[in-house]
Design a protein around this ligand. Sequence first.
Ligand code: HEC
Ligand code: HEC
Ligand code: HEC
Ligand code: HEC
Ligand code: HEC
Length: 295
Amino acid sequence: MTGRNKWLIAITLVATWWSVTLVAGVQAVKEGVDDSLVVTEAESPESIARKKAEAHADTMDQPEFGWDPLAIIGSKHDLSALNKRAGAKAMEGVAYDDYGYACVYCHVPPDVGKKSDGPQQIAGWNRIRSDMRDYTLYSSRTFKSTARIPNEITLLCLSCHDGTMAVDQVVNTPRAWKSGEKMTLHMKINSGTDLDHCGLCHDGFTAHDLGNRHIGTDMRRNHPVSIRYPGLGAGASDSLQMAFNSPVDDFGFANGVRLFDGFVECASCHNVHEPSKVKFLRVKPEYLCITCHSY
Ligand code: HEC
Ligand code: HEC
Ligand code: HEC
Ligand code: HEC
Ligand code: HEC
């Protein structure tokens, strides 16, 4: 073979290899496009719910204490997912309306615009106030503070946990949700066994008993809430102040136990946004009480 022929063969081989890889590359790009189309078509309710939650989170302030707002997805407070997780569509379209993503059961959806708070709305939240005429507020012989009508953030919890209102009783539903889609019984967290109450199935036989999660309207049975924290000084007697530790500021303790503008609320001890913690308790039960009480 002459030197010139060797070169021709070499060039032809390189050219062939190059065109083959080029064609393969174009093919791969095409397949790539097709793949992503397929993924979009098969988008699951879960991935749509996550996208909506992410979009909602983007409109809000970041939490100050470092927890992830999206961690609530898939937890007991993610009512959009309970339906599926319960299996066999146990609760779907029966117990409550599925608004498509978790946040809207508590937070006002970003797409409702600037509607002013209605008279029955819990200010700042997407929920209706419970009727306080039904309430018995906290009292005891030793209790020094004055129990008053609960503050907004505690009213939020009570709007589901006092068992008088349906879990899906929100002020604004997200725009994309069509009210004609689902007809449900709008059930309440309550051990009652009629069509009004989750206890219909959650009786400990058909499904787990949810009686413990029913706080009720008699607040004397619980730790006092919506009380000013005496450990902040101002307004409390010396002896009462002595019985409490000093927080960092009006917003709580270094270990994560929170005060809300100087007040003790349900959310002082619980953070629904930290579902990995037992009963959503901000600190382990053995440290919880001694964070505040100095016995
Ligand atoms: C069961 C009620 C509930 C649900 C459902 C819920 N949140 Fe919250 N969220 C709260 C409470 C209570 C606080 C205040 C907690 C605190 O400040 O420690 C809060 C605080 C926040 C904050 C901190 C900023 C702020 O405005 O206080 C962000 C961000 C947030 N939530 C995002 C979300 C997103 C996103 C979702 C849905 C994926 C969601 N939340 C679902 C109850 C809820
Ligand atoms: C965030 C702070 C805080 C935490 C955490 C806390 N407490 Fe309290 N607790 C208070 C305040 C404030 C009072 C009201 C004191 C008063 O005015 O008499 C109170 C009152 C009480 C009372 C009622 C006293 C009475 O006179 O009726 C009991 C009982 C009690 N706490 C037990 C506990 C237990 C048990 C824990 C742990 C599970 C706990 N507390 C965790 C702040 C706290
Ligand atoms: C939209 C309704 C709703 C609101 C608002 C709500 N919860 Fe819940 N909560 C639920 C449901 C549903 C469950 C699960 C009940 C069950 O497992 O049977 C639950 C369960 C719990 C539990 C028990 C968790 C466990 O692991 O046993 C705690 C504690 C709790 N919630 C605290 C709170 C606090 C504190 C607030 C207010 C910041 C709040 N919840 C607001 C619906 C709500
Ligand atoms: C038609 C029967 C039925 C009704 C009504 C019903 N549930 Fe359920 N639920 C089930 C079944 C079945 C399961 C799965 C078994 C279990 O967890 O005990 C379940 C599971 C759950 C779970 C656990 C899901 C998980 O994976 O963590 C929660 C929380 C829950 N239900 C809350 C509620 C609430 C709140 C109501 C009322 C608004 C309600 N359910 C009404 C049948 C029902
Ligand atoms: C001082 C701290 C503290 C405050 C304030 C507080 N809790 Fe709790 N909560 C606890 C502790 C501790 C437990 C766990 C008790 C147990 O497991 O026996 C608990 C348990 C619960 C449970 C679950 C019961 C169960 O057995 O599954 C619910 C629901 C709940 N709390 C809701 C609330 C609501 C709503 C408020 C406000 C009205 C509130 N909590 C105020 C400390 C607190």
